[in-house]
Ligand binder design. Sequence first.
Ligand SMILES: [Zn+2]
Length: 329
Amino acid sequence: MKKIKVILLLIFFLINLQANNLSALGKKNEKSVSADDIQPKISSILREEWAPGLLLVAFLDVGQGDAIVIITPSKKVIVIDTGEYDGRSKKKSSDIISNFLKMYDIKKIDCMVLTHSHSDHIGGAYNLLKNFEVGEVWDTGHKSTSALYLKILNLIKEKKIKYIIPNVNDKIAVDTAVNIRVLHCLKTTSVKYLNTNNTSIVLKLEYNNFSTLFTGDIEAPIEKNLVDSDSVSLKAVVLKAPHHGSSTSNSIDFLKAVAPQFTVISVGQNNRYNHPSQTVLNRYKEFSDMKLFRTDQQGTIEMLTDGKELKVKLQVPVDFEKLYKFFRY
Ligand SMILES: [Zn+2]
């Protein structure tokens, strides 16, 4: 595990590519921007670690699955999903998440969100619940008979951890500086489209001008519901691409409504589902101002912000030329 820590500390690469640099590379940026638009730039400020007042959103490379750690400005900790079940994954998710938390000297997870009960999202939860103090667990509440899920529920009960099945508009209130609310959950999933993916808890996080949309594995019908019901709330600086970039999801109208400046696809190398879909990748290329990061290519992706500027740290560097080509269309 020492090896992982060294890699994280030494190889993290600071991209200080600013919007101007893109212009210098010949990219046109003709979109007019109103003062109210959210426009954090990728900063060159050399602040290597979280400090009070900063928000850290880290998309951890746990192979095929999702695991996101949020450290709020007053150092409250939210973990959204916990990667694949250790026994089935090449990467031991619970160790990766634990090591990351230890790197930031974190002993308590204030809120753990399990977006839905599939093993690539709840896989590391048991060990984390066992080894960390956990304030509360948010679960979509969709009944699952999987042994892994039931084991987790039992442990929550055993340890008397606050257990919450949220409703739409409920807020994760661990830090008043950050607004995190539910846009979709089991309770807003129509019977017609009811499957485990579609029960995913969808969260919108806002901190000053910064925002992120966490989507679990929702599929196109839920994306459409969200666009139809409240497309304004979907707009976000960062999008966690739904369902590992699968073609079941990431519909064009949804992407247009979110209009992200950064998208993260959390996905394992050479996974058996062929995620992300090439069709979806082509769709994302149509968004010329957006930068796409993938955990199978960039490793763990950390975003650090004061709500105005954004610093992105990638575990595996992206050279500017390649980045430019990647986003050319
Ligand atoms: Zn998944």
